[in-house]
Write a protein that binds this ligand. Structure first.
Ligand code: GUN
Length: 303
């Protein structure tokens, strides 16, 4: 499909998120050693959701690798909201802890908004608290904690485009508070012209086809087809969708139909191995920056 269009552009580049994440982690380790910092990350897991348990284990492993103090709190599925809020209050006061992450989703008896708002904004390494969302939205990026996935996407885009984000038309597919909206704000902060398309957008493919940069974050397997993509665009795939293949095996695919989109792009992230590893690396970066700020040191990497 579209082989004529593909033949006129350079060989597309598959962005290696594993290598990019490991570069970030190396620079974090170096900073921790040079500044003799001991950033502390507390990760709270309520219940036994298998996917959440894997994510939490990976975060713990990465934190230890970075030389952080890493604490994990495993709470039972039946934990009441007041109990979780009490733990957060303690962690807010704990001088050894610079970052607090409560793994989502939470069981139905707990209101996630109440939990997020209970975390001290300067320890909110997820960047989900209203005050961090507000700082990002108003361009006060230096003081904001920025959500990890959009921050990881931005790092990958800068790796490909350098200063070339200025004036580019970026289309963000998806309007979630965790990815779509902060991604749009970050891109605007980096001088892109930004359009958000979502489930109610009329003919999203026509808007997307005008984009120099596409960030797909909707959780619909292979939604973005080749006819959504302008030749030479850079495509970032945030989707991680578990699918059953025709041979009966289960596997992961993104929101972008990578096989067919790849030949049209300048660069594209794969799934897995693209954005996913960067999300955890950015969590480490936010934790380091939180610790640095609490020691009145400059933040390490800024956006
Ligand atoms: N569950 C899935 N992704 C995330 C994330 O980035 N942060 C938290 N706290 N929970 C999640």
């Amino acid at each position: 499909m579209n082989s004529n269009r593909a033949s006129s552009i350079e060989q597309p580049h598959i962005i290696d998120g594993v290598a990019a994440a490991s570069n970030v982690v190396e620079s974090i380790k170096a900073k921790v050693q040079a500044e003799k910092l001991r950033p502390g990350l507390a990760v709270v897991l309520v219940g036994r959701d298998p996917a959440s348990s894997v994510y939490v284990r990976n975060k713990k492993r990465r934190a230890e690798e970075c030389g952080f103090l890493s604490r994990q709190y495993d709470l039972p599925e039946a934990t009441r909201e007041v109990e979780l809020l009490a733990l957060i209050r303690d962690l807010n006061q704990d001088p050894e802890i610079h970052g607090i992450l409560v793994q989502l989703p939470l069981p139905p008896q707990i209101n996630p908004n109440a939990v997020i708002e209970a975390i001290a904004p300067n320890k909110d390494v997820d960047g989900f608290h209203y005050s961090n969302a507000g700082r990002l939205g108003t361009g006060d990026i230096e003081q904001a904690m920025v959500p990890c996935t959009p921050l990881g996407c931005l790092h990958l885009l800068k790796q490909v485009l350098g200063d070339g984000l200025r004036g580019k038309h970026a289309v963000v597919i998806g309007r979630s508070n965790i990815v779509g909206k902060p991604m749009a704000n970050l891109l605007m902060h980096n001088d892109c012209t930004v359009t958000i398309v979502h489930s109610r957008t009329v003919e999203p493919q026509n808007i997307c086809r005008q984009a120099d940069i596409v960030v797909a974050a909707v959780g619909i397997p292979k939604l973005v087809k080749a006819d959504w993509i302008k030749e030479g665009a850079v495509a970032i795939d945030v989707g991680i969708n578990r699918v059953t293949r025709t041979n009966g095996e289960s596997g992961l695919v993104g929101d972008i139909d990578c096989d067919n989109v790849l030949p049209l792009t300048t660069a594209i992230t794969p799934v897995p191995g693209g954005v996913g590893p960067m999300t955890i690396a950015m969590l480490m970066l936010n934790t380091l920056n939180a610790a640095a700020r609490s020691n009145r040191l400059a933040a390490t990497l800024t956006v």
